[in-house]
Design a protein around this ligand. Structure first.
Ligand code: C2O
Ligand code: CU
Ligand code: CU
Length: 469
């Protein structure tokens, strides 16, 4: 184990900050109002970050920080976030996975005007679902997300008689991101055309909550809720916990009806998975690994058990949060729409300024690059409010794509490559040449982005939107 004392201190400090943020709601810059309502100010600004020990990275940060403590909200209660743009470029904030009012969805031109330098925009919404969500700009995303503007939004379950978040001895948000860093902390290129046309440009410096291979103190002999969030621009993380019983309890914020034993589980860019794990006695270490290729795994982080939890002995089975209030798709009366994700490399047109923009990818042969007021194409589909739709998605490329739709949660019902236990999600990882069917009730009116969450794929054509009206 190669963690020096300095790293260890940084780890425990940030861990306790993150843990206390979730456990007590005592987040700096937060006012928790009466009735569980939260109120935040987020300044989006340039920030000197220390990602590699003893170096300075000229990044971007919420309130100048990476990681920023997770924002916390309560299911069914309003939350207000004042976003102040202190960058030299426009921005917006998108609340990934929240079934939100279109006006608060944070997509420039489609749902709001960009927040210009010096301006403030107030996001105000009431999350209908509980779970692990995240937020990020939807402007100049390769740079803004790649340099640090990614954060977590944890929505706690509304009060109920059948479940309390305190059934977990601890609740640990784990933000996964590989940074593109030279040895001295300066940035390597976040994108190259060559990589954008393939799997995307991978970062080289792996972090969990901003730290390489952290060791995080956790309570012994209790159930932990590990909230993994892949906030990376590019990578798929394949999670494995070998020596202790671990269960998948939620996928992209949606609890499963039954916990599923974790073998290994892949989350693409933008995706989350909540894992419950029962910790051993104090003084043990739990290794959590990330798979590379077919069979090899590398250390991602370790959990170190340090004390007994205060509550009663842990139950045999993991605590199960209640299901989110999602409409069940009416498959018998569904309308099917087909979408093919394809290579589109033959097209390299110039934009209206005569600049050429690489276009490598397309949905149903339509690539969309460059968002501006005068560059909004027709929707990829127009759906009737209240009806059920099945989207038949076909990945006709030799690369993986985490496909995401804003404004709704959809149910993954079928794949041509594996057996599916249907589950609700907001992003589905499509394997090479995979064909997947998803179904959902079009119950949220608006113009909703529909794109690959590999940011370079999105930026070079793999994006569009659907209209629900
Ligand atoms: Cu995280 Cu358009 O999405
Ligand atoms: Cu989103
Ligand atoms: Cu993609």
């Amino acid at each position: 184990m190669s963690v020096n004392r300095r790293d260890f201190l940084k780890t425990s400090l940030q861990t306790s900050l993150l843990a206390s943020a979730v456990l007590t709601g005592c987040v700096p810059v937060t006012r928790m109002q009466q009735n569980g309502e939260y109120d935040y100010t987020l300044s989006v600004e340039p920030a000197d970050l220390e990602i590699r020990p003893d170096t300075v990275t000229p990044g971007l940060g919420f309130n100048g920080e990476y990681p920023h403590a997770p924002l916390k909200a309560k299911q069914g209660k309003p939350i207000t976030i004042r976003v102040v743009n202190k960058l030299q470029q426009p921005t917006t904030i998108h609340w990934h996975g929240i079934r939100i009012d279109i006006k608060m969805d944070g997509v420039p031109f489609l749902s709001q005007k960009p927040i210009m330098p010096g301006e403030t925009f107030i996001y105000h919404f009431t999350p209908p679902d509980a779970g692990t969500f995240w937020f990020h700009p939807h402007v100049n995303s390769v740079e803004q997300l790649g340099k640090g503007l990614v954060g977590l939004l944890i929505v706690e379950e509304s009060d109920s008689d059948t479940f309390s978040p305190n059934e977990f001895a601890a609740d640990l948000p784990l933000m996964l991101k590989n940074w593109h860093l030279n040895k001295d902390g300066s940035f390597k290129p976040l994108t190259t055309p060559r990589n954008a046309a393939r799997m995307g440009t991978p970062g080289n410096y792996a972090t969990v909550n901003g730290i390489n291979k952290p060791i995080i103190d956790v309570p012994a002999e209790g159930w932990l809720r590990l909230r993994f969030a892949n906030v990376d621009n590019t990578l798929v993380y394949k999670l494995r916990i070998k020596d202790y019983p671990a269960y998948i309890i939620s996928i992209d914020a949606n609890p499963l009806a039954e916990p599923k034993r974790l073998d290994n589980y892949s989350i693409g860019a933008g995706m989350r998975v909540d894992i419950a794990i029962k910790t051993p006695a104090a003084g043990e270490e739990i290794l959590i690994e990330n798979g590379k290729g077919k069979r090899s795994y590398r250390e991602l982080l370790r959990l170190k058990t340090v004390s007994r939890p205060l509550n009663q002995p842990a139950a045999e089975a993991p605590p199960l949060p209640p299901l989110n209030p999602l409409s069940e798709p009416d498959l018998a009366n569904a309308t099917v729409k087909r979408f093919t994700f394809e290579w589109e490399g033959a097209v390299t047109p110039a934009d209206s300024n005569g600049k050429s923009m690489p276009r490598f990818w397309a949905i149903n042969r339509i690539p969309w690059t460059g968002m501006s007021a005068d560059n909004i194409p027709a929707p990829l589909a127009t759906l009737e409010l209240g009806k059920t739709y099945i989207f038949d998605l076909k990945n006709a490329t030799p690369h993986r794509h985490p496909i995401h739709i804003h404004g709704v949660m959809f149910k993954v019902i079928r794949s041509n490559q594996k057996k599916i236990d249907p589950f609700f999600t907001d992003t589905v990882l499509m394997e090479r040449n995979e064909q997947v069917q998803i179904a959902f009730v079009a119950d949220n009116p608006g113009r909703w982005m529909y794109h690959c969450h590999v940011i370079e794929h999105m930026k070079t054509g793999l994006m569009g939107y659907i209209t629900i009206a």
